[in-house]
Design a protein around this ligand. Structure first.
Ligand SMILES: Cc1cc2nc3c(=O)[nH]c(=O)nc-3n(C[C@H](O)[C@H](O)[C@H](O)COP(=O)(O)O)c2cc1C
Length: 345
């Protein structure tokens, strides 16, 4: 109960947990558990949903939980509740200690920004399809930077041609390493879902819409002009070059000054706030994560950002191409599977 006697209703707890569930998570693993008791909503990492190959130290799991935390907090704020979010002490035992607790302090009307972000909760999806070629206006990038900073993180943009080329190389390098790692492949395969009713994991059609797997470490020269068949005639090649729409997404990097669990949780909150801010502005987003799975490429990516501390997420952001085929949205686990305990209702 808040100091002014405000209590949280069962519906508000359910809505908060449901909003938390809409968060992005590594391989849509939804690695969170909630417990409600004594007017307090606690968030735990669910270690039974860990990804030991891609995420051995649970960094991406805690980021995912941080995104769920931001969403749940936003849902309570949109309902006009004043909520205190506990700070996470560094070095907790993830299996037993809550990552965060949300406690009702009283009532307070949501800000226009909170209302706008809450309205974007159900609209946000990872969109791996091509974007249009239009770059983001500078003011839009500032807004996304402010969103990350509001959660105590920094946001850098990779704008120089050198940095973009280096990132492309690092992503390809990490991708290549993972494509050739049987452990990674087996773990990924266990999260691909063929059943359209599955409530976690990546639906097969969505997985298919990402880039085709590469079989070579470095691309060899394509002598067919990209057609895979007969070489293009000079006039065909000219026409193709004229109409070529080369996507140039903005590349945003979210980082933290240190790399403990509290920093990673904060990075998840920043991730969700940045993604919801982008969604509310009509932008499409998708993480470019593979270069951060591997420590060696992660530190090389970090050197491109000029930021302090550590890089936590790389995002591709742009305007959705409305002519691209629709994609299959990912589904979520039912609330009964993630909310452990409900008291005082
Ligand atoms: C920590 C983290 C890392 C992720 N890494 C990638 C990635 O490397 N590539 C990608 O396409 N999506 C990545 N995602 C997005 C998830 O696959 C996506 O959030 C999940 O499948 C749920 O889908 P949704 O975002 O559309 O709700 C990542 C998400 C999180 C939270």
């Amino acid at each position: 109960m808040g100091t002014d006697g405000t209590t949280i209703s069962t519906e508000q707890v359910y809505a908060a947990v449901e909003a938390g569930g809409l968060a992005p998570s590594i391989h849509n693993s939804q690695p969170w558990r909630w417990r409600y008791r004594d007017e307090t909503l606690e968030l735990y990492a669910d270690l039974s949903r860990a990804l030991p190959v891609i995420d051995p130290d649970h960094r991406q799991m805690v980021i995912s939980c941080g995104a769920a935390l931001l969403n749940a907090w936003l849902s309570l704020r949109a309902a006009g509740l004043d909520v205190e979010v506990s700070d996470l002490s560094d070095g907790p035992d993830l299996a037993t200690v809550p990552l965060a607790t949300l406690r009702i302090e009283g009532t307070r009307p949501p800000t226009p920004d909170e209302k706008r972000l809450a309205a974007a909760l159900t609209l946000r999806h990872t969109d791996r399809r091509p974007f249009t070629t239009a770059p983001l206006p500078a003011e839009q990038v500032h807004e996304l930077r402010r969103a990350a900073e509001a959660e105590g993180c920094w946001l850098a943009t990779l704008t120089s041609e050198d940095a973009r080329v280096e990132l492309a190389v690092l992503l390809a390098r990490a991708d290549w390493a993972e494509q050739h790692d049987p452990g990674y492949q087996a773990e990924l395969a266990s999260w691909i879902r063929y059943d359209s009713e599955a409530t976690d994991g990546i639906p097969r059609p969505t997985a298919l819409s990402s880039a085709e797997p590469r079989v070579e470490e470095f691309p060899t020269r394509d002598f067919t002009g990209g057609t895979g068949g007969e070489p293009a005639s000079p006039s065909e090649a000219e026409e193709r070059a004229r109409t070529a729409q080369v996507e140039r997404p903005d590349v945003l990097v979210i980082g933290t000054d240190a790399d403990g669990p509290a920093d990673r949780l904060r990075a998840g909150r920043a991730l969700s706030r940045v993604l919801l801010t982008a969604t509310a502005a009509g932008l499409a987003t998708s993480p470019l994560g593979q270069a951060l799975d591997i420590e060696a490429t992660r530190s090389l990516v970090h050197s491109l950002t000029g930021g302090t501390g550590l890089t936590q997420m790389i995002l591709r952001v742009g305007y959705p191409d409305t002519s691209a085929p629709a994609f299959t949205p990912t589904r979520r686990r039912p609330i009964g599977e993630v909310l452990e305990h409900l008291s005082d209702s």
